[in-house]
Write a protein that binds this ligand. Sequence first.
Ligand code: SAM
Length: 273
Amino acid sequence: MKLKEFRLDFEAMLSDVVYGHGFLHYGYWPEGRPETPSAQALGAAQQAWFDRLAAEIPEGVESILDVGSGTGANALALGRLGYRLECLSPSQQLNAMARAKLPEAVRVHDAGFEDFDVPRRFDLCLFGESFHYIRQGPALAQIDRYALKGAIIFDYFRRPGAADIGEDAGRRQTHAAFLEELTRHPGWRIAHDEDVTAAILPTFFVLDHIKNAHIAPFLTRFRAEFRRARPISGRLVEWVFGRRLDRFMRPSRREETFAQEYEYRLIRLERVA
Ligand SMILES: C[S@@+](CC[C@H](N)C(=O)[O-])C[C@H]1O[C@@H](n2cnc3c(N)ncnc32)[C@H](O)[C@@H]1O
């Protein structure tokens, strides 16, 4: 299992346990930073993200293909709004959580979008923070194939000049590359394209705060106490994990680094008649 997949599974478990909803996306904060940077505020902002997404779904849409459906939390909430859902994700672990949560009638496919193959089409293809996992050419070809009316992408794009490396090479593309790729798919027009980065950034302000102001000082006290109470095991733990813990405990600046590297956008594509 790749580190990124493990992190998603872990975040899914946390999201279910801490917030009770299982959303795997960032928060949406149109009013800016919260007064109290807490996990509770983050849970409410993830709900606001969902509400913004749902508000973007055009009239007349009945069936939705939820691409990268995570724990099924978006699909569950969309089903409650009256939409007919079908879900897909390559993560068997997340799909097991989704199947446990969703009504039996909702199919959940163990598949990446690139290889997804069913003899049906859907009014809308939905990408909730999942588009950046998929290469843009194949993703748009599959949208051509499956979406009857439209597609919504609520996700981040790499800023021009930010590094495109490692296992994500070719996936986290720039917005300009997306627009260029779209010109090769003339069946679509952009009905909405909004830069919402500023409304997403408080997510990192809250996460940085929770880590820097609470978790790191707690770990520092815990390590010192553990070394004092159990000198031999304490030295062993420090020898094995010390460097990694030190790295983890360095102050996070994700609010700043995310803004430098990514822009977060809400895009709606509409099929040209
Ligand atoms: C950050 S999570 C977002 C989950 C959910 N949409 C949400 O808003 O909470 C990204 C999702 O994309 C899925 N994913 C990763 N690679 C994919 C691919 N090639 N095709 C479709 N989904 C993919 C992951 O398994 C996960 O379910």
